[in-house]
Design a protein around this ligand. Structure first.
Ligand code: GCO
Ligand code: MN
Ligand code: MN
Length: 389
């Protein structure tokens, strides 16, 4: 790939990766690490090399959990320097509330009040860190907020505890004048057997019950909704329409599997296309964050191939989306299926309008005879994706 490659990432594309994604060492429940540690500074260099715009992190991706304040400051200083050298921004920060064994029963929803308090303290410190690095988005993913057995607590108590925690963090955000937007990330299971707030839709229902709903949105992840068997783009569209698409985690996933975190677009190419088309059509301006990792078979160079592949596929699909919107035959069909009809105007309810609607006689036979050439439309899409148009 050369620099004048049409699919060369640019800062304006807002591609970001987490330290934990390129730094993933390939350990799984059945096998040990296959790649050596890549330090945060090395990851920043790698991201600079492949042309990414941003780098995101959990508190402990950068600062070890038991670091002294002096150690922390030195690490942060060195990392900031590496980001500056590689022209990387830190758009999003998050907190690990799942790795340390203290969170074995959850964090904000744990039964032990001391664990809940520790989770808040840890999150406030992660917000301090994120703010220091310039982040404006703070992701909360409750990976351990769930159960193996529902004997352990009432599920509505978990919802109440989660609400209390998010409310508390919003106040801290205001107090410190950090200006964070919180993005809540749903997942149906893994690492817990069942996780509360299983889908983006659950969170969209939860957010209006908070003290500061305007400060809180969602961070939908492709793989997580697909694990639940859902149409990811539909969830994203609903979040967008509600003004709540604060961040997005792009990756891929085969249905019915464990959480695979595959390279973006590598498993469900067509769904990835509809997603990119949606984000581009609505002019989503947030980061395009890849929360995925390289196959366990890869070495250091393979990790770069993985990162380049995520961005390249996004840009290919973006180009295809523009082609789809400009395609004459596709446009003609779209026009045909949305063409005006003999429908009485509906608009907002009024007594007069309702009376007119009740009096209207519909010609069901004529309506049923209208052509809906979705087969042709979909095949045109397939042809286009296959490079035949
Ligand atoms: C996962 C999650 C995480 C979160 C990350 C941000 O399934 O492991 O997607 O990668 O996105 O922890 O909080
Ligand atoms: Mn995930
Ligand atoms: Mn994620």
């Amino acid at each position: 790939m050369t620099n004048n490659d049409a699919y060369q990432p640019k800062p304006s594309h807002k591609f970001s990766f987490g330290l934990w994604t390129l730094g993933n060492r390939g350990r799984d429940p059945f096998g040990d690490f296959v790649r050596p540690v890549i330090s945060p500074v090395e990851i920043a260099n790698m991201l600079g090399e492949v042309g990414a715009w941003g780098v995101n992190l959990h508190d402990n991706d950068l600062v070890p959990i038991d670091a002294t304040p002096a150690e922390r400051d030195a690490i942060v200083r060195e990392f900031k320097k590496a980001c500056a050298e590689n022209k990387l921004v830190v758009p999003m920060a998050t907190v690990s509330l799942f790795f340390h064994p203290i969170f074995r029963d959850g964090a904000f929803t744990a039964n032990d009040a001391e664990v809940r308090a520790y989770a808040l303290q840890k999150t406030m410190r992660a917000m301090d860190l994120g703010a220091e690095l310039g982040a404006k988005i703070f992701v909360l993913w409750g990976g351990r907020e769930g159960v193996e057995t529902d004997a352990c607590r009432r599920a509505d108590d978990a919802v109440k505890r989660l609400r209390e925690a998010v409310n508390y963090l919003c106040e801290y955000n205001l107090d410190q004048k950090y200006g964070f937007k919180f993005a809540l990330e749903a997942k149906p299971n893994e690492p817990r057997a069942d996780i509360y707030m299983a889908t983006t839709g659950h969170y969209l229902g939860f957010i209006p019950t908070l003290d500061h709903p305007e400060m809180v949105g969602v961070n939908p992840e492709v793989a997580h909704e697909q694990m639940a068997g859902l149409n990811f783009m539909h969830g994203v569209a609903q979040a967008w329409e509600a003004g709540k698409l604060f961040h997005i985690d792009l990756n891929d996933q085969m249905p019915g599997r464990y959480d695979q975190d595959l390279r973006f677009g590598s498993a469900n190419f067509k769904s990835a296309f509809w997603l990119v088309k949606f984000l581009e059509d609505v002019n989503y301006e947030g980061p395009r964050h890849f929360d995925a990792h390289a196959y366990r078979t890869e070495d250091f160079c393979g990790v770069k191939d993985f990162a380049r592949g995520c961005m390249r596929t996004y840009l290919i699909l973006k180009e295809k989306a523009a082609g789809w919107n400009a395609d004459k035959e596709i446009r003609a069909i779209l026009q045909e299926i949305s063409a005006g009809s003999n429908s009485p105007p509906i608009g907002r309810y009024s007594k007069k309008g309702a009376a007119a609607l009740l009096a209207h006689v519909f010609n069901k036979d004529a309506i049923c005879k209208k052509r809906l050439p979705y087969e042709r439309l979909d095949q045109l899409t397939v042809d286009l994706l296959a490079g035949l148009r």
